[in-house]
Design a protein around this ligand. Structure first.
Ligand SMILES: Cc1ncc(C[n+]2csc(CCOP(=O)(O)OP(=O)(O)O)c2C)c(N)n1
Ligand SMILES: [Mg+2]
Length: 409
């Protein structure tokens, strides 16, 4: 038989630097168009929800459809403030990295709604297993910014004593499990934590976090098997921001079906939501949290969003995607969309927005000043070398004690 030589298919993004940004492949449902099923719906009865996009805020800024109307005015204003705070925090910490005050930083630009709105769907005692792109979980839970900055600066007041990469926060009290740099481990850990909660007949639920790129890790798939088999009380979040450093979501096979649809193969109800729509994110997260709390098992949620900034301070996206791509992103900016909604409702104004921006920036700068009194990467106080040895073993093994003594601590 005469056959042509074999070759591999290597997916390529639609456009590269210098090209015209093109998101014509992203099919956007009309706001309000997607149904809201009962929380005890079976995965096979709501398959459509894994292929559409649940949206509440329309182009005019109105909140429409069956997922609208869950949040009182005060909470909406607070949500806007949280997103604006995260954005201001990012801007200052990015600058601090450029000034050499920390070695590393990662921004949330364009993705603020995902973590800020999600946090409001959880209760005290629930546990998130976040990646580095969900600091909004802490901001929206009023974790002190000074503590976050102390961690970023690895200074003498760093709650983690310099043992973690900057931005890899940890706060048990705020339901924020220590960030692991090893992506997708969050999934197995969250499912395990949720299973333990159920085994102990507790009422607390867990949330797992992963990016589009990291779904290619086998931990993602193993976690889905356990979550599905044992109906663990867990929310399985996939943040599809289109990029994983320089590889586009197609390399994690994003072009085949959707990331949400991966849940269906495991019998897990799966929903796809507009990640730049604060109201939609919150409503879908509440739906999934209620399922988990009522012992109905896991839900997989894909947040469709766009990473507007660089992957991290070590990355330059102009090498692999068109500069103006974020402006062409069809789901807009989460801060501007909620702001528009609040103005339309008479709950906000352009003048108040400008004033709030200034006030928030003042708060962030005040927190930064306070943190810098405790030191930055190259100046002021830092944790003791002794701390390297602490906090791992209840009883320090002899070889570590010897090393500590050798180091003079
Ligand atoms: C297991 C593992 N492999 C590789 C890396 C290196 N790495 C850090 S971030 C990143 C990209 C992750 O992309 P994605 O999952 O889409 O998350 P995003 O940064 O877009 O939020 C990679 C490959 C890692 N941290 N962990
Ligand atoms: Mg990504």
């Amino acid at each position: 038989m005469d056959t042509a030589p074999l070759s591999l298919h290597v997916p390529e993004p639609a456009v590269r630097p210098g090209g015209q940004p093109d998101f014509s492949n992203v099919t956007i449902a009309k706001a309000g168009a997607v149904t809201r099923p009962a929380v005890d719906a079976e995965a096979q009865d709501i398959r459509d929800l894994a292929y559409s996009i649940i949206r509440v805020l329309n182009r005019e800024g109105e909140a429409v459809g069956p997922w609208a109307g869950l949040l009182p005015d005060q909470d909406l204003r607070e949500g806007l403030r949280h997103m604006m705070t995260l954005r201001a925090f990012d801007a200052r910490m990015l600058m601090a990295q450029r000034q050499g005050k920390t070695s590393f930083y990662m921004q949330h630009l364009g993705e603020e709604a995902v973590s800020c709105a999600f946090r409001k769907a959880l209760a005290k005692g629930d546990m998130n297993f976040p990646t580095y792109r969900q600091a909004g979980l802490l901001i929206a839970d009023d974790y002190p910014m000074v503590e976050m900055m102390n961690q970023i600066y690895s200074n003498e007041s760093d709650p983690l004593r310099g043992r973690q990469l900057p931005i890899m926060y940890s706060s048990k009290e705020h339901g924020f499990f220590t960030i692991s740099g090893n992506l997708a481990t969050q999934y197995v850990q969250a499912v395990g934590w949720a299973m333990a909660s159920a085994i102990k007949n507790d009422t607390r639920i867990a949330a797992a976090w992963i990016g589009d790129g990291s779904t290619a890790e086998s931990d993602f798939h193993s976690a889905l098997v356990f979550a599905s088999t044992y109906r663990a009380p867990v929310i399985l979040n996939v943040v599809n921001n289109q990029w994983a450093i320089s590889t586009f979501q197609g390399i994690a096979r994003g072009g085949s079906g959707t990331f949400a649809a991966r849940g269906l193969g495991f019998g897990i109800p799966a929903l796809r939501v507009d990640g730049n729509d604060y109201l939609a994110v919150h409503a879908v997260a509440c739906w999934a949290a209620e399922r988990a709390r009522r012992n109905l098992g896991p839900t997989l949620i894909e947040y469709v969003t766009y990473r507007v900034g660089a992957h991290s301070t070590s990355d330059d996206p102009s090498a692999y995607r068109p500069k103006a791509e974020s402006e062409a992103w069809p789901l807009g900016d989460p801060v501007l969309r909620l702001k528009k909604h609040l103005i339309l409702r008479g709950l906000w104004s352009e003048a108040r927005h400008v004033q709030a921006e200034a006030e928030i920036m003042d708060d962030v700068i005040a927190a930064q000043r306070k943190a810098e009194e405790h030191g930055t990467m190259h100046a002021g106080g830092r944790p003791s070398v002794r701390d390297i040895f602490e906090g791992v073993y209840a009883q320090m093994p002899p070889h570590l004690r010897r090393q500590r003594q050798k180091a003079g601590y």
